[in-house]
Design a protein around this ligand. Sequence first.
Ligand code: HMG
Ligand code: MG
Length: 300
Amino acid sequence: MRGLPSNVYLKEVGPRDGLQNEKQWISTDDKVAWINMLSKTGVSEIEYSSFVHPKMIPALKDARDVGKRIIRKSGVTYSALVPNMKGLEYALEAGIDGASVFMSASETHNRKNINKSISETYPVLTEVIKEAKNAGKIVTGYVSTVFDCPYEGRIAVDDVLRVCSQLIDSGVDYLSLGDTIGTAVPTQVENLLEGLFPYFPKDKLILHFHDTRGMAIANIMTALHMGITRFDSTVGGLGGCPYAPGAAGNVATNDVLYLLNGLGVETGINEKRIQEASIYIQNKLGKTLPSRSVAYLKNA
Ligand code: HMG
Ligand code: MG
């Protein structure tokens, strides 16, 4: 199809965004085994855990052990979520190639998620970004609620632009734009990207869709046509943000692969191995994952 990129970079955020909202405890052994399976799928990057306060995200309280025990495959970037200097200290000790800092475009979500106003967050993240860069790490800045906020409703492009500019000025390598509650439709994607393109190169932008309303694939298609080549996803469509009521999981890696393979866009990922990793975590969680491809495989 005309106007599509030849290659797409997928970041597997299942071990972080996928597990962070799960009530069912997944043992450290099982997490490590699962991440090792994901490492063999051909995926470019794995966000393996989160160095946040363990009381906020109990499902990932073993981040340090996970980081120390996973078998790192050459060519795969291992990143983790880092909210502050304490998180960075633990993450560097556990081993990361990339640090993902995060904040929101909406004041209320930012406060509920990280207990600070937007303006109080900048100095914290600026220090983390500087120290992570000094340590030679790739830094991604997540901006949540770039389309809609569960508390404030529709978010203005200017609000997103302001946060993105601050993060870029502080030195992030990439910006990951989060449809945190999975409500955006393609016109919102087009509108936001048109607002950001004059200020940021397309190859610095990652899109992070949750799939609450089933619009993520349509939104990815829109972004692909606009020249975006980096996306986040989770195997099986696992996930959700505990501080964003109503948010469903991320777009499923399986479904994104079905789309990209069908379009002839390269990812380097083996679809069958992604299905195996989906079935593995589905069995550990004891529930059916939302990806259409997993359901298809199960019934096949
Ligand atoms: P706070 O309570 O304001 O932190 O939490 P504080 O600096 O005031 O410290 C309070 C206590 O926490 C202290 O301990 C610190 O040492 C400890 P005490 O002295 O009382 O014993 N502490 C820590 N312990 C372990 N690890 C740390 C850490 N930091 C402080 N890193 C904080 C602020 C940011 C830490 C907290 O609010 C937090 O952990 N929030 C994380 C929430 C979260 O993980 N949300 C989900 C991820 S974001 C997401 O899903 C969206 C995304 O996917 C994109 C999208 O979809 O839009 C990325
Ligand atoms: Mg998310």
